[in-house]
Design a protein around this ligand. Structure first.
Ligand code: ACO
Length: 433
């Protein structure tokens, strides 16, 4: 059914005055009641903290049906894209709407690899951070600083220039991420190698040194490729909505992505992958699980089961299922199948999934519950987990930024509030207070 044919009627119970609100249909998923003219027509706002029931935009990029655990990029089920697909192929799909031909993918690979280097002066930025700075803090700073290199020269009203900015961001994220890791461990920053795949190049920049090449581990490359596909986009999550909101003021895209990285860092969002491993280390042993489950259920205790629960998924997060299966394969192939963290995580999952508290609230493992175990098995340190997530999610962020910028109806994002402060009062000079 076309937009506007269906309506909802909102009635003021005091005055009996009604207004009709048009319904906006989705291709899949629930329709939305369009309240954009409500304030103009009825003088009231809607109230929805945390956007529990609010759609903020139209989008053609990703579809999620959380009640049944469905995730699709441009209509393609995540399970199919993850099964042998390539991360840059997924990136092309998210950016352009269609899967690439062989020729298009080859050209796209070449295009991205041509943008992987950083301006040499950017190296000095890393030196400004203390050696033990969290790599996500470095990412926020350095990615934001790219706006200084591409500001006057970038016309965000030109779709071609927007695309170049998107390609630059996707290409430079691994270089910046690896450099923040090298800074952390005190090794020289490595230059990118354009003959390697996206993920192999990241591993090279993290693990090679000027004295020694990194011998590519195909298991690590494959596992990273899969994790990056699974993390590439997730519709209007907190960090993507942050990028859209920052971008809605027509800000520089590099600064907008830095805002997205900041939002991703929080433990309630992408920072959960690091928090899961910290939590497993804290639990330490299967015998302690009951104690921590009780803490997670105690409302007076701030402890939550990290990697559990999701705003949208009320069934198993499909990405978590894929990652759990791959965990088995990766650990087996790395001859690490006696991994106590993985055993602990599986036992914790089993106990939580059979506990009334978690069943009632439909709390299942999310994408971050098992991803850290794979990263850890690949030798990636805990504080780099969320950085890995940020590299992959940059594709989603720039795809959403471009979609928003292409939309002629796009407006600056400006929520309203219910004011609960003082009513008007008069200022008194300091001596009279
Ligand atoms: N452990 C214990 N209880 C939980 C958890 C958890 N991990 N998650 C939710 N709950 C409980 C809440 O206390 C609440 O209980 P109540 O109804 O008795 O008050 C109920 O479940 C609903 O939780 P909300 O916080 O209202 O749900 P919301 O949709 O706002 O939050 C979130 C979702 C932030 C992901 C939450 O589940 C959480 O904090 N999880 C742990 C952190 C995490 O893993 N984040 C990664 C999410 S995936 C991603 O962003 C990449």
């Amino acid at each position: 059914m076309a937009d506007n044919e269906k309506t909802y009627t909102l009635t003021n119970d005091e005055t009996g005055v009604s207004i009709k609100l048009p319904v906006r249909e989705s291709v899949q998923g629930p329709p939305a009641i369009d309240v954009s003219s409500l304030y103009k027509d009825a003088g009231v706002f809607t109230y929805d903290p945390g956007f529990m029931s609010t759609a903020s935009c139209n989008s053609k990029i990703t579809f999620i049906q959380g009640e049944v655990g469905i995730l699709e990029y441009r209509g393609y089920p995540i399970e199919q894209l993850a099964d042998g697909g390539d991360f840059l192929e997924t990136a092309y799909l998210l950016l352009n709407g269609e899967l690439p031909s062989q020729q298009e993918l080859g050209d796209f690979n070449k295009l991205i690899s041509r943008h992987t280097m950083l301006n040499e002066t950017l190296k000095h930025f890393f030196g400004g951070f203390h050696y033990d700075a969290h790599p996500m803090a470095i990412m926020v700073g350095v990615v934001g600083s790219l706006s200084a290199f591409y500001h006057d020269s970038l016309d965000i009203n030109d779709p071609d220039q927007r695309q170049v900015a998107a390609h630059r961001l996707i290409a430079k994220m691994p270089t910046i991420a690896a450099a923040s890791y090298k800074h952390n461990i005190g090794e020289p920053i490595m230059y990118p190698r354009n003959d390697l795949s996206y993920c192999a190049n990241l591993l090279h920049m993290m693990y090679a040194t000027p004295c020694e090449d990194y011998e590519l581990d195909p298991i690590a490359e494959k596992a990273l490729n899969l994790l990056f596909i699974l993390h590439a986009d997730h519709e209007q999550n907190a960090s993507t909505s942050t990028v859209r909101l920052a971008g809605s003021s027509l800000a520089n895209p590099f600064a907008c992505i830095a805002a997205g990285i900041a939002s991703l860092w929080g433990p309630a969002h992408g920072g959960a992958n690091e928090a899961v491993l910290d939590m497993l280390a804290m639990i330490g042993d299967v015998s302690q699980i009951d104690k921590y489950i009780a803490k997670a259920k105690d409302k007076d205790d701030g402890f939550r089961l990290m990697g559990f629960g999701h705003r949208v998924y009320k069934k198993y997060d499909p990405r978590a299922g894929i990652i759990r299966d791959v965990c088995h394969q990766v650990l087996e192939r790395l001859a690490d199948n006696d991994n106590p963290m993985f055993e602990l995580a599986q036992r914790l999952e089993e106990i939580a999934l059979n506990d009334e508290y978690f069943i009632e609230r439909k709390l299942y493992p999310n994408v971050d519950f098992y991803s850290g175990i794979i990263y850890r098995a690949l030798g990636i340190p805990n504080n780099m987990f969320t950085v890995m997530f940020a590299i992959a999610r940059t594709v989603g962020w720039v795809a959403h930024w471009m979609e928003m910028m292409d939309d002629p109806r796009q407006k600056i994002g400006r929520p309203r509030q219910i004011y609960k402060g003082y009513p008007r009062r008069d200022y008194r000079p300091i001596g009279e207070r």
